[in-house]
Design a binder for this molecule. Structure first.
Ligand code: HEM
Ligand SMILES: [Cu+2]
Length: 575
């Protein structure tokens, strides 16, 4: 177990500039604070741009509306992918890394200049990507920019700037940890949330290096310096970046689950070693997952594909399932210890459903696991993937993982960064109570609508599906569910941006006095330390309800998985 040492003097450097947060009773380095604010603001800005594009492309894919012409559809599809999957996620993660390596460790930021350099490069790169996509039709190559599609050199340059900036910021995370350790800010291993961010940072490092191996040659090729670059090798490196990048998102999201569960109901992980092991599994096995993007590529052998999409890959899935058991179990133990012991699920009924951080976490866990995780395993299995590849089931899957899961968790955490780091009172609290449900509910409809239309053969990244003939009514219906879900989700997104901007742009700066925003006025972060070993082990506090939920999940997993094999079996007949 990690322990913080808040009493030891900070650093000898007289220039140190910090305040003490009365809620966390931790020191906050002003460099770290400003870096977190800058990264979080940029994240919200790109989320807003990407969200506008989302609405327009969604209203185009909803065939009954079919809003944009083909050029604008593909242009905004490219923009949406870049702003959301790359810029929004990475800016927010950088805010998280600065937070996890300083505030959470009661430590200073040891390399602020480098961190600002990284931030500026990311900002220039991110905004430049938007401009070049909007201004130059050559750059409508989707965020994957598969060769031999050739974008303009500025397009690749914007990627390189952004990625190098991110790499520099990640390096400052490691510097902070080493310095904090040397200055004895914590003893033993890193606290769990920071440990999770460390996993994210390690993954991010080799992810970004693989990204460079794809994009730098592509850049040289666009300049005609490099005459030829094999598209198969480009794709291999691109997904060496693109897939583990999702595990960066995953590790960050799960760290935030632990943080939100601690903030809103004061959990203590039931077994920290177990949770740490689950993070370590990501580090070792998730890279294999990259292969599922290449399953229809002609240059790779069947054996290569089968090896890379079997067995060891499931060890990473196991990591996620370990967290998905560990967090609800810890929640159940904490709530039971507070006295909510009735039946199997009395604890769940009495949970703080109006607290936006709690709602966001639960929605994130449910949709991530039950929709995103389960559909992901099917996509990552060599044989059944053939039913799914490049259909709308794909975006259906990742809008359940990276959007309903990660984005919702990031939104939930933001509600606490506003009082803690921006030092502003959260405005529009009523809206905040509803926001996770509207966003999450919309996303669930959107994902299911996409998945069901994909099941019927609707392809992804396709401006117009009618040229193949008449569109059956069932497809129209699932696309309508998807369209209505999109509108709801966009409303949830607008609510989020409005709440954040209103809070940070109006009202005076004030030191936070409590952490919970809506329900109650206690301070469970600190209360969690009051959960004793005795509470954790008491018979009446055992996580029986969470165990039942896990069994239900496994049953659903098995049903979906084997249904897909059955569907595969029906694609040909053996007499
Ligand atoms: C209100 C929210 C959102 C809506 C309505 C929405 C809608 C859509 C639609 C309609 C597509 C095109 C699907 C296709 O034709 O293949 C798409 C693609 C995509 N979306 Fe979203 N989305 C939303 C939020 C997000 C967020 C927050 C992320 C990332 C964190 C994200 C990541 C992506 C990615 C990576 C693609 C694939 C782009 C491509 O194929 O090149 N979306 N989205
Ligand atoms: Cu992947």
């Amino acid at each position: 177990m990690a322990t913080l040492a808040p009493t030891t003097p900070w650093v000898k450097d007289a220039k140190d500039d910090y305040r003490t947060c009365p809620v966390l009773t931790l020191k906050v380095d002003m460099h770290a604070e400003r870096l977190i604010i800058a990264n979080a603001v940029m994240a919200v800005v790109v989320l807003a741009i990407g969200g506008l594009a989302a609405l327009l492309i969604a209203l185009t894919r909803w065939q009954a509306v079919h809003l944009l012409d083909a050029t604008w559809f593909y242009r905004l599809l490219t923009l949406h992918g870049i702003d959301m999957l790359i810029a929004w996620m990475v800016f927010f993660e950088m805010a998280g890394l600065h937070f996890g390596s300083t505030v959470l460790l009661n430590a200073r930021h040891a390399a602020p200049k480098a961190a600002w350099l990284g931030f500026i490069m990311m900002t220039v790169g991110g905004l430049m990507a938007n401009v070049v996509v909007l201004l130059d039709p050559k750059n409508t190559v989707a965020y994957t920019a598969y060769m031999p599609l050739k974008a303009s050199p500025l397009f690749y340059l914007s990627y390189i700037l952004f990625a190098v900036g991110a790499l520099i910021a990640v390096i400052t995370f490691f510097i902070n940890i080493v310095v904090a350790k040397r200055e004895k800010r914590f003893e033993g291993s890193l606290p769990l949330v920071s440990f999770g961010f460390m996993t994210a940072a390690i993954l991010a490092t080799y992810t970004l290096l693989q990204g460079a191996a794809a994009v730098v040659p592509a850049f040289l090729w666009s300049l005609n310096i490099l005459p030829h670059f094999d598209p198969g090798i480009y794709r291999n490196f691109f997904w060496g970046f693109g897939h583990p990048a999702q595990q960066v998102n995953l590790a960050a999201m799960i760290s935030i689950w632990y943080a939100l569960a601690q903030i809103t109901i004061g959990i203590r992980p039931v077994n920290e070693k177990f949770s740490r092991l689950a993070f370590v599994l990501y580090l070792f096995f998730i890279n294999l997952g990259s292969a599922h993007h290449l399953l229809v590529d002609p240059g790779l052998s069947f054996a290569w594909k089968a090896v890379n999409t079997s067995y060891a890959m499931y060890l990473a899935v196991l990591g996620s399932m370990m967290h998905a058991f560990s967090i609800p179990a810890a929640m159940e133990v904490a709530l039971r210890a507070k006295g909510f012991r009735k039946g199997l699920f009395g604890w769940l009924r009495n949970a703080p459903w109006k607290e936006p951080g709690f709602a966001a976490m639960v929605i994130s866990i449910i949709i991530f696991g039950w929709v995103g995780g389960v559909t992901g395993v099917v996509i990552g299995t060599e044989q059944v993937n053939m039913l799914v590849h490049n259909t709308m089931r794909l975006p259906g899957h990742f809008h359940a993982t990276v959007v309903s899961g990660t984005t919702t968790a990031f939104m939930g955490l933001t509600y606490y960064l506003i009082p803690l780091i921006f030092r502003k009172e959260l405005k529009l609290k009523k809206w905040a109570t509803w926001q996770p449900y509207i966003f999450g509910g919309g996303m669930l409809l959107l994902s299911l609508g996409m998945i069901v239309s994909g099941l019927q053969g609707v392809s992804r990244r396709n401006w117009d599906i009618t040229f193949a003939g008449v569109v059956p009514g069932t497809i129209e219906l699932s696309l309508a569910v998807f369209g209505i879900g999109s509108i709801l989700a966009v409303i949830g997104g607008i609510m989020f941006v409005t709440i954040v901007l209103t809070s940070i742009l109006t009202g005076p700066r004030l030191e936070a006095s409590k952490l919970l925003l809506v329900s109650g006025d206690g301070n469970p972060v600190l209360e969690s330390t009051k959960l004793t070993e005795h509470d954790m082990e008491a018979k009446q506090n055992q996580p029986k309800g969470a165990f039942v939920l896990v069994l239900a999940f496994l049953a659903w997993f098995a049903i979906y998985y084997f249904t897909n094999w059955w569907l595969l079996g029906r694609t040909w007949f053996i007499r």
